[in-house]
Design a protein around this ligand. Structure first.
Ligand code: C5P
Length: 221
């Protein structure tokens, strides 16, 4: 497909998920939450009781796990993994850590490439992730890299998880986020880093509307 793509990459808690969904809605474009794919594979591997460091087993898991997104009117999209609605399980920091572990395996990433490319459809795609602008859609016309301080990102994630009724502590969360970020940034394949042609947006202290406006301005100057 030659449909236009806007890539939004950045670390966890940078606001990517919220901003990507709002921007896709405003543009009337499709949305790819690539993190949900890695979370789904990590989750499926857990259900199967796989050793996450067993490269062959997790690769086979990535190749065979069925992942479906079910859009809801006025509510968040549900993620169905092998026929089971795993939306709530996928949100946890445990699922994030499992995702980050399997995401460092090149053959796991390879197994998810064509699935991600398939999201590129008219009238356009907003792609949310870590390597959207660098690896999956390097030819994207619009690229944004969202950042925020680690303290601010931990605070946002804390609020999000608290609202969902999940028991977490702020300090524990900040430690987990920093560990996951450093693993994502230091891995050999598709490390978390801005594409050379990405517009950097530091969202520390910015409100959601302000960030949405900044990102929309990249597509519609
Ligand atoms: O964005 P989210 O927090 O849902 O991503 C979970 C994990 O999946 C990240 O920490 C990262 O390790 C991995 N991921 C990735 N490449 C992407 C999206 C997510 O490696 N494009």
């Amino acid at each position: 497909s030659s449909a236009p793509v806007l890539t939004i990459d950045g670390p966890s808690g940078s606001g990517k998920g919220t901003i990507s969904a709002l921007v896709a809605q405003r543009l009337g474009w499709h949305l790819l939450d690539s993190g949900a794919l890695y979370r789904a594979v990590g989750y499926a591997a857990g259900v199967e009781g796989l050793d996450l460091s067993d490269v062959e087993a997790v690769t086979r898991c990535a190749q065979t796990t069925r992942i479906q997104f079910r859009a809801q009117k006025g509510a968040e999209t549900r993620v169905i993994v092998n026929g089971h609605d795993a939306t709530d399980e996928l949100r946890t920091e445990t699922a994030g850590a499992a995702a980050s572990a399997i995401a460092s395996v090149p053959s796991v990433r390879q197994a998810l490439v064509s699935l991600q490319l398939g999201f590129r459809k008219a009238p356009g795609l907003v792609a949310d992730g870590r390597d959207m602008g660098t690896v999956i859609f390097p030819d994207a016309a619009f690229k944004v890299f969202l950042t925020a301080s680690a303290a601010e990102r931990a605070k946002r994630r804390y609020k999000q998880l608290k609202e969902k009724g999940l028991g977490v502590t702020l300090s524990g969360l900040q430690r987990e986020i920093e560990a996951r970020d450093s693993r994502d940034a230091s891995r050999a394949v598709a490390p978390l880093k801005p594409a050379a042609d990405a517009v950097l947006v530091d969202t520390t202290g910015m409100g959601i509307d302000e960030v949405v406006a900044k990102v929309l301005a990249v597509v519609q100057p």
